[in-house]
Design a protein around this ligand. Structure first.
Ligand SMILES: [Zn+2]
Length: 184
């Protein structure tokens, strides 16, 4: 049977295949394609590792996290935040947090990453004042120092909101944190 020319999957050049299974014109192209594939797999593994660190139930995410989840350049997101097109909560220097729902509204659902599919539903926080405790209220109610409250809020990525002089956190999350199964 006469072999026919094929197109190399790497360089696109025509070549006469050595076997019917050949897809690359040369060792060089075969090696290049292999390297590219490994690099792609490494990138995917890195993205997945990063995504695993973002709890599905967190409504407020950082700009790098949003960039990764929604496949949008960080520069673009920072620009939109700067222009006020994406509302943000500033928890301190370099601690801008943005509402996941707003990003979903602009860019569609988060990229489907393997672990995202096994989490059944996402929980949304209400940061309305009536649904929140102030840090002082939490300290009094659960008999702990305000410093500890702040530490726990950071540790468990509980969103906060500043209204006037006071910082507020959602009652639901705080109740769950101090009445629930967390070991502090
Ligand atoms: Zn080639």
């Amino acid at each position: 049977m006469k072999r026919i020319n094929k197109q190399c999957l790497n360089c696109g050049g025509e070549f006469l295949p050595k076997t019917v299974a050949s897809v690359y014109c040369s060792h060089i192209c075969s090696k290049k394609a292999y390297k590219q594939k490994s690099k792609q797999l490494r990138n995917e593994a890195e993205i997945k590792a990063l995504a695993d660190k973002i709890p599905e139930n967190r409504a407020f995410i950082s700009v790098p996290e949003a960039g990764m989840l929604f496949g949008v350049a960080k520069r673009t997101l920072y620009r939109l935040v700067g222009q006020g097109k994406i509302p943000s909560v500033n928890l301190g220097t370099r601690l801008v947090r943005i509402d996941r729902r707003v990003i979903e509204g602009m860019f569609g659902p988060a990229r489907s990453l393997p672990q995202a599919e096994i989490v059944p539903k996402k929980k949304l926080y209400s940061l309305e004042k009536e649904d929140c405790y102030s840090i002082g209220e939490i300290a009094g109610r659960f008999q702990i120092s305000e410093g500890s409250v702040y530490n726990h809020i950071r540790k468990y990525s509980i969103p906060t909101r500043q209204i006037g002089k006071h910082v507020y956190a959602p009652k639901m999350e705080i109740d769950k944190l101090y009445n629930g199964n967390h070991f502090l």
